[in-house]
Design a binder for this molecule. Structure first.
Ligand code: ASP
Ligand code: MG
Length: 400
């Protein structure tokens, strides 16, 4: 029998990966839509894997405990997190009681964070292990509750621990903290993983943001990292596409809140999307694009509450039309460094010397503009954890 492109045989399942962000999963009205998207994939013969963020605000709340371990009370924090999940569960008529074992473990972790406060002078919790463990709870809770909600809709959905799929490599050049809290993961399409998963079921829901290291310990993919989880899993499963659902339909030619006439970009290349995401478009984490581009997995951006809008499609087939302004993005809180009154005219190697100073201070430069008498550079605060002291030392070295 000739195989049609819309059905998958058990040996070669066709996977779709769909990621729903924190504000999407926190809104009860979206769960029937999430269920419907999954049901559509199943009805067309495909398999689906849903990746979820924590309910909006939960990761921030957990982070605030780690940043000020002497200023929170474990029971008050737990009560707030419990309340947020109970509100969602109540609104979809699900029972949040299934989360109790996780709440117990969360309380225990909160108590440990609080007690690190006595052990050290520092204001922030110093243990990267505890950071990773505590911050990961938001996604464990949302994905477990999501499994329960989708099952109550009659879908045969199983929870999947993304730490089973995503194993991060240990890069000895990175700090222990970076390796734990913004871990890097290399993946390639794996027929083995695809077949193993297909043998277990056709619909899964998995926590975003968390992965494991070679020792099997929990690590994080960095703030906003659930997009990266979806991209990595989509690559492993060689998905027909990855879809990232959020409260905006995609990438725009400008920020629509500032420029009402901004247009939604319908199709765009990986390279253009990477540039926009890295320079401030918030619909997408830039690092999510790297594995997708490398393995040519398409990425569609869509709006959860308005699934009828086509959104933005990022594919290898998208044409770049030569020199053209496709979009304008703006970023706030960047550090700008201007070297004034220099005389570069016909000098050789001046820029090499300037960049060597940035390299020596471990600072990554984003944008550069130069003329014969001025060099202006920007530093990305996300990539550079530069405090005032580092900047002062940099300025002194540049002054030379
Ligand atoms: N919950 C995590 C964060 O807020 C990851 C994510 O939502 O993408 O950073
Ligand atoms: Mg996000």
């Amino acid at each position: 029998m000739p195989s049609s492109p819309t059905t998958s045989s058990p040996s070669r399942p066709r996977w779709r990966v769909m990621k729903f962000g924190g504000s999407s999963v926190a809104d009860a009205r979206n769960w029937p839509r999430i269920g419907a998207e999954a049901a559509n994939v199943l009805a067309s013969g495909g398999n689906a894997l849903i990746v979820v963020s924590a309910l909006g605000g939960i990761t921030d709340l957990l982070e605030s405990c780690l940043r000020a371990p002497d200023q929170f009370d474990p029971d008050t924090t737990l009560a707030e997190i419990r309340r947020r999940h109970a509100v969602l569960a109540g609104a979809v008529e699900a029972d949040a009681g299934i989360l109790e074992p996780l709440f117990d473990a969360l309380r225990e972790a909160l108590v440990r964070v609080q007690s690190t406060n006595n052990a050290s002078e520092a204001a922030t919790c110093q243990s990267p292990e505890l950071w990773a463990e505590l911050m990961g709870f938001g996604e464990l809770l949302s994905s477990r509750l999501g499994e329960h909600i989708l099952r109550s809709q009659g879908l045969e959905c199983d929870w999947l621990d993304s730490r089973e799929l995503l194993v991060c490599s240990d890069n000895p050049q990175r700090s222990e903290r970076a390796a734990r809290l913004s871990a890097e993961c290399e993946v390639a399409p794996s027929p083995d993983v695809q077949a193993r998963l297909a043998a277990r079921g056709r619909l899964f829901i998995a926590p975003g943001f968390i992965a494991r290291n070679a020792a099997g310990e929990t690590v994080l993919l960095g703030r906003g990292g659930s997009d990266i989880s979806a991209a990595l899993i989509g690559t492993l499963l060689d998905a027909d596409r990855v879809e990232i659902f959020s409260d905006v339909p995609g990438l725009f030619s400008a920020d629509p809140r500032r420029i009402p006439s901004a247009r939604l970009l319908r199709t765009i290349s990986y390279r253009e999307a990477l540039e926009l995401a890295a320079m401030g478009a918030r619909a997408l984490h830039p690092r999510a694009l790297l594995p997708l581009r490398k393995h040519r997995v398409p990425l569609w951006l869509r709006q959860t509450s308005r699934p009828e809008i086509e959104g933005t499609r990022i594919t290898a087939e998208a044409h770049e039309h030569g020199a053209q302004v496709k979009a304008i993005v703006a970023r706030k809180n960047i550090t700008l460094i201007a070297l004034e009154g220099i005389d570069m005219w016909q000098q050789v190697g001046f820029m090499a010397d300037v960049f060597a100073v940035f390299r020596d201070h471990g600072l990554s430069v984003d944008l550069v503009s130069t003329s014969e008498s001025n060099v202006t550079l920007t530093l990305d605060p996300g990539a550079n954890l530069a405090d005032q002291a580092t900047l002062d030392r940099l300025a002194a070295d540049l002054g030379r």
